[in-house]
Design a protein around this ligand. Structure first.
Ligand SMILES: [Ca+2]
Length: 171
């Protein structure tokens, strides 16, 4: 299933599973004020801004949304990668490769990030200091995932050229 962008606002229990999201002019997957979300096994690439962002900011700042899981996604060659804003939960087992700038931004309470792979990003990780006491990061990996042929035979990465792109990993 190919999409240019996925947006949800003020939902709970959303599952975004096995989508291909490429060529977003802004964010790839944008979840606003969303708790209990499960974002798994998606391929999100060539978004101009964040690939996957859980954005729970407002004025005044609402209570954190909780129990979100962002796992097993491939996030490649976006402006930036995964961002958690005033949203707690778990970010695990994601491939974060070749973001132009920051690959993972943790800016919420009670965030766990583990077994994420970082390769060739402008910057790998940043943590908002206001929340750093309840953020834990462990078992990060730094390996080239050796995708088979990200741009495919047509040599065009994502967008209109997405169909032959191959992110399987050479084993
Ligand atoms: Ca292609």
């Amino acid at each position: 299933m190919y999409k240019r962008q996925v947006q949800l606002t003020a939902s709970t229990g959303a599952v975004i599973d096995s989508s291909i999201v490429t060529g977003a002019g802004t964010q790839g997957i944008l979840l606003r004020r969303t708790g209990n979300a499960y974002v798994r096994n998606n391929l999100v690439y060539t978004s101009a801004e964040w690939a996957i962002t859980l954005d729970n900011t407002d004025s005044p700042l609402p209570a954190p949304v909780t129990a979100n899981v962002v796992a097993f996604n491939t996030v490649h060659a976006n402006g930036m990668g995964i961002r958690m804003l005033n949203a707690s939960g778990e970010v695990r087992d994601n491939q974060l490769t070749e973001q132009r700038d920051l690959a993972l931004y943790l800016a919420g309470p009670d965030l766990l990030a583990h077994h994420n792979n970082f390769s060739a990003n402008g910057r790998d990780r940043d943590t908002e200091s206001a929340y750093s006491g309840t953020i834990r990061v462990w078992a990060s990996i730094g390996a080239n995932p050796r995708y088979v042929k990200p741009a495919g035979l047509d040599g065009v990465l994502g967008g209109a050229g997405w169909r032959d792109d191959d992110f399987q990993q050479v084993v």
